[in-house]
Each structure stands twice: as C-alpha cells, then as structure tokens.
Design a protein. Structure first.
Length: 291
C-alpha cells in the first residue's frame, strides 16, 4: 500500500502536527513550517524542534514533507518580489533541514514579465543558488506540477524537464504530481489508455525516478480548464476509477500520497482529534487499494 496521508495543521505548535497525523492513521503527512500567506516567519524554538523530531521518530510515519509559502515566486523578475522570494525560499529549506523532513514542495513560479523561458531560467537560478549555499543539506526541492492557471509555470511536463535540464539534473531536485492539477492541465487519468499515455510522457520527459510525492485531490473543474479547485475524493471529475488505478500502480507503491482536500471548518486551534473530512477521504482511498 502507498504511504497515505494528508496535509495537517501546525496550529498550537509543530509537535501537534505529528499528533494529528498519528490520530488520523497517516503513513505520511505534509505541513507548513510557517504561515503560508505571510513573509515573516517566527523563529523555531529548539525545544519545539526537539519535540517534533522526537514524536516523528517514535511514530510509525514513513515520510513528512513541508509545503512552501504561496507567496514565494521564483519566476518573478520584479526585484523586490524576487529578493523576498529568494530569502523566504532559503529560510524554508533551512527549516526542512532543521526538522528532518524529506523536502520542500514548492510551486515553480508565475511569470511577472517576459517569456516563459526567462521564467524557467529564473526558477532554475533560484534553486541552484539555494542549493549551492546548502551543499551539506539533504532536503529535496520538490517541484509541484501545477494546474496552469494564469502565467504559472510547471503545468507542462516539458517545463519541469527544462528546469531540471538547466540545473544539470541536480540530484536534490524532485517532482510532486497533483491529481487535480494533472487533470486541470489536460493530462488524462481516467481510462487505462489515457493513464498510460500520461505517465509514459512524464517518464520520457522528466523521469519516474524524479517523482517523490503525490497530492491526491479530486477536481471541481473540468479537464483542461487550467483552474485549480480541489474536491473530495470521488466527488469531482477525476473520479474513483482514476484513484484506484493510481493507488494500485506498483511503480508508486513506496511513495507518499497526500490529501489536500477541503478540511472541516471551525476546529479549535489545539484540537488534535482526527478531522472528519480527512478520515472520510482516507477511508475512501484505502477502500480502493487491492489487498
């Protein structure tokens, strides 16, 4: 069985994120290490880091990753936004290292001016600079394939391949595929032939060995819409058959597959009990796995 899990809240402190993941029976999980919509990040106290790592080590959870702030735009040519993005990107990579996480999932970026090729070059330059400054680190930069909304980059496999090419195939750069984004970007998952073509193209252009994480989300919008709107598993246009095919693909049996589906609203900040909606979606996924 793949490592099924979810994005979990860090409200009340990072150690509580591990507690939430354990309570929901996650095999893997994802967190924000800082506010996703603020540039400023609070320092991580040494005791909080120690407790997080200790609880994670004691758990049966196989993989934990961070997701970068949505404000970071590595493709921006605006001097102020780029400076802020580079600083925040580096800081988040440092937090990944401090917490012992697999890596940092990040949207490649959105073109603010100029060509897509220039944007891809800016992304590669940012990653190269950050990794050169952290040669002793182990954390991966995990580029998330996007839905293609607006002028966002990384929605075509060719664009991900171009970033990797500009980085000379750097060993610490990996890829995350999101089922909602794949369908929104026009890649097929429904039907055996469409599924086969999608992953044949990914393998040819990027390489299955680069794939480190899946985000499992259904889509509220139709195929090819290039609009990113997540839905509960089996309630959108991706459909249960596509998830069944993915969950039972032996090539991906070792990978973390993480929910980013809608959460239950109004929960108390320090509540570590299972989120009913995550429980529902995880149960739906597990029922699709052939034993």
């Amino acid at each position: 069985m793949p490592l099924l899990g979810a994005h979990v809240s860090v409200a009340g402190g990072l150690p509580l994120a591990v507690d939430r993941a354990v309570a929901q029976g996650c095999d893997a999980f994802q967190i924000f290490t800082k506010s996703s919509n603020q540039w400023r990040a609070r320092p991580l106290p040494a005791e909080e880091v120690r407790q997080f790592r200790e609880r994670l080590e004691r758990s049966a959870i196989g993989v934990a990753v961070a997701h970068a702030s949505y404000l970071i735009n590595l493709a921006s040519s605006d001097p102020v936004l780029r400076e802020r993005s580079l600083a925040s990107f580096g800081e988040e990579l440092d937090r990944v290292e401090l917490l012992g996480l697999l890596g940092l999932v990040i949207h490649p970026g959105c073109v603010t001016s100029g060509t897509d090729e220039k944007g891809l070059s800016l992304i590669a330059s940012a990653i190269d600079g950050a990794l050169r400054a952290r040669r002793s680190g182990k954390g991966l930069v995990i580029l998330e394939h996007t839905a293609g909304q607006g002028r966002s980059l990384g929605w075509r496999f060719e664009q991900l391949a171009r970033i990797l090419d500009l980085l000379d195939g750097h060993r610490r750069v990996a890829v995350c595929l999101d089922t909602c984004h794949l369908v929104a970007a026009g890649y097929g998952l429904s039907g055996a032939a469409a599924y086969r073509r999608t992953f044949e193209a990914f393998d040819r252009l990027v390489g299955l060995d680069r794939l480190q994480v899946f985000h499992l989300n259904d889509s509220k919008r139709p195929p090819g819409s290039r609009v990113d709107r997540h839905d509960h598993i089996g309630r959108g246009v991706v459909g249960r058959a596509a998830f069944r095919r993915l969950l039972n693909d032996p090539r991906f049996a070792h990978l973390p597959m993480l929910l980013e589906t809608p959460k239950t609203e109004g929960r108390r900040p320090k509540d570590t009990s299972p989120d009913p909606l995550d429980v529902m979606n995880l149960a739906t996924l597990r029922a699709l796995v052939r034993h």
